[in-house]
Design a protein around this ligand. Structure first.
Ligand code: NAP
Length: 271
């Protein structure tokens, strides 16, 4: 399921990931995709690599596109809305991936609550089509339109539909989640080096261990404690290390970290 034409405002990293995924999933062809991007290097890259049509005029852009996907940093979103506002209509589906900005921000900036607004929190693994996106929308969006957004974000990974009140929770878990996972991988690598492995070997083993464990859990659909108990044999190495992590409060530290990120997301949303 798709809408005829989609336009991106902002052609940075996340826009590129989405465009790559949408084209790989054959949701859209280059002829269906428009872009407004002031950075000439990015514009030329997106034109030459994906054959997109770049435009300067917001009027023409809004006229041509059914879906407007806002992929700029939150700091410039106000300017972007101001420029597009005269040409945006209630028929457009407006999708924003900007972190922290609530649906109310778009309704207020556009000056009416009659617009169809979809707010999405993706994460960086979308760059390798393994993203996790949380999607919420206002009451003007129909089920069919929401399904279109799901198709777009499923093209770069998986998506979950959430009430907007849970978007801060999603930001703390999956939006910021890659940062925690990278910290964990970095620590595993350092630990490998500390016990005598080369950096290259330690990196290869750490990345594959995290990837393989995640895949195992996804495939087996078992509780992580059950999978962990498969590794922790009586009197063995894993139970000794697990005991140490428990004593140091590893689980509590991760839970606190997520909660701190959620609270920070709430604070940023109010600013
Ligand atoms: N990357 C992530 O992990 C991630 C995760 C979740 C959500 N997000 C959200 O996704 C959005 C985009 O992030 P990103 O990482 O793709 O950022 P990015 O790589 O910096 O891309 C944003 C692009 O928008 C361009 N731009 C600036 N002002 C513009 C304007 N007025 N009109 C049109 N384009 C304009 C920028 O050009 P210049 O470089 O010249 O400024 C840049 O090429 C952000 O709101 C971010 O919060 C990102």
């Amino acid at each position: 399921m798709k809408k005829d034409k989609i336009g991106f405002i902002g052609g940075g990293q996340m826009a590129e990931a989405l465009i790559k995924g949408m084209m790989a999933a054959k949701l859209y062809t280059p002829a269906d995709i428009y872009l407004i991007e002031p950075n000439s290097i990015r514009r030329e890259h997106m034109e030459s690599k994906y054959g997109l049509q770049c435009l300067d005029s917001h009027e023409k852009f809004c006229d041509l596109c059914d879906i407007i996907l806002l992929a700029v940093k939150p700091q410039v979103m106000g300017h972007v809305i101001e420029a597009a506002k005269p040409y945006v209509t209630n028929a457009h589906i407006i999708i924003s991936i900007a972190a922290g900005l609530p649906i109310k921000f778009y309704e207020t900036s556009l000056g009416s609550n009659g617009y169809k607004i979809i707010r999405v929190m993706p994460n960086t693994p979308a760059l390798v089509l393994e993203g996790t996106s949380a999607i919420s929308c206002n009451d003007n969006v129909t089920d069919e339109e929401l399904a279109i957004a799901e198709c777009i974000f499923n093209a770069v990974g998986i998506s979950v539909l959430l009430d907007e009140t849970y978007l801060d929770a999603a930001t703390g878990l999956s939006g910021s989640g890659p940062a925690y996972v990278f910290s964990f991988i970095e620590a595993l690598i350092d630990a490998g080096i500390k016990v005598g492995l080369t950096r290259h070997i330690a990196e290869t083993m750490a990345v594959q261990t995290v990837l393989g464990s995640a895949r195992l859990m996804q495939k087996e659909k078992k509780h992580p404690a059950v999978l962990r108990s498969m590794v922790t044999s009586p009197g063995g190495t894993s139970i000794a290390a697990h005991h140490f992590l428990e004593k140091k409060g590893f689980g509590g530290i991760v839970m606190d970290a997520v909660e701190i990120a959620v609270n920070r997301s709430k604070e940023l949303g109010k600013m």
